[in-house]
Design a protein around this ligand. Structure first.
Ligand code: SF4
Length: 329
């Protein structure tokens, strides 16, 4: 790990004054790991834990505002979240360990970086090391011909096929969350679907944040009346493991028909993967197994697996069918 300057301001304006060269430190569960691996080498760390961003508040619209410093555990166990946004609570509790969830923040979870082994290998992206365009643009992608069993089947490019690791983000994609940010140029709001970037030719650019911008809040819209939501995660072991495939579903049923459906997939995309194709198949249809199978077919139709992750297509298909059954049972 390299040396760095450290500050701990108590206001957002003070925190932003070091931007854009500084990195913001919240729970540290991702950033400190990556600093130890030399993936992140900030010259200045701005510890934002004193900023007033730790509340969960009701919005006049009926939605919920979640401060960027709210700990994952506090969000998952919040009564309003458990009752009205169950998919979010379930997604968070399926990730990491209790100790990590007690430290990790909402803002940090949004900015989680991939678990691709080449990305985290200390020598990757250096001469003689594995190629990793995300670490060092232009050095190649060792995963294309190497280990890619856990990699993405959606949103990939010939520069990077790394999977987005967050569970929380999959639920937020299905919930149509909005992300508030503040930076040297002022405040703005980013729809969740636009926050994470596809790798394309620039896999090192992972999100829509401008240099020096800080995530301040995440807003959830008013819950859909009568809707039920479920998150289901499939993985190699039952806890403390990243998703091979997961599904977040929000559905409202009336008289046996699906009147509202939101679907997102995790573990399979280079970003949290909203499936408008599945939603279109579900909308207005009878809530039965035949509909769910058609929706899952539609969701996975455009998947592009590679040699070692072909199994993810069938796994994600079954995961989505199962999640829809649970949400409509
Ligand atoms: Fe790097 Fe992405 Fe390739 Fe992994 S998949 S080696 S993160 S470029």
């Amino acid at each position: 790990m390299q040396t760095f300057r450290y500050s701990k301001p108590s206001s957002i304006d003070q925190a932003l004054s070091g931007a854009p060269a500084a990195k913001f430190l919240a729970g540290g569960t991702t950033l400190v790991d990556l600093m130890k691996l030399n993936v992140e080498q900030p010259q200045t760390l701005v510890d934002i834990n004193l900023l007033p961003l730790s509340k969960i508040e009701h919005l006049p619209s009926g939605g919920l505002r979640i401060g960027a410093l709210v700990r994952n555990s506090d969000l998952a166990w919040n009564t309003d979240v458990k009752e009205s946004y169950a998919v979010l609570s379930q997604a968070i509790l399926s990730g990491a360990s209790p100790q990590l969830r007690n430290m990790a923040t909402v803002g940090g979870n949004l900015l989680q970086r991939t678990r691709c082994a080449y990305f985290r290998e200390p020598a990757s992206g250096t001469p003689g090391g594995y190629g990793c365009n995300k670490r060092t643009p232009g050095t190649g992608c060792a995963a294309l011909q190497g280990l890619h069993r856990t990699h993405a089947v959606f949103g990939t490019s010939n520069q990077c096929i790394a999977t987005h690791p967050s569970d929380m983000c999959v639920a937020m994609a299905a919930l149509d969350a909005e992300i508030h940010v503040q930076g040297p140029k002022g405040k703005r709001t980013i729809p969740f679907a636009d926050f994470h970037k596809l790798p394309g030719n620039t896999p090192h650019i992972e999100n829509a944040l401008e240099p020096g911008e800080l995530v301040t809040y995440v807003d959830l819209p008013k819950p859909v009346e009568g809707a039920r939501s479920v998150y289901l995660k499939l993985r190699d072991r039952a806890s403390y493991e990243f998703a091979l495939a997961s599904a977040a579903v929000v559905v409202r049923i009336e008289s046996g028909h699906i009147l509202y459906a939101r679907v997102a997939l995790g573990g399979v995309g280079t970003k949290p993967w909203r499936s408008h194709e599945a939603e279109a198949e579900l909308q207005g249809k009878p809530a039965n197994a035949a509909t769910f199978h058609k929706a899952a077919e539609a969701a996975l139709a455009a998947a592009k697996p590679r040699t070692d992750n072909t199994f993810k297509v069938e796994l994600a298909r079954r995961c989505l069918v199962r999640t829809l059954k649970l949400a409509t049972a």
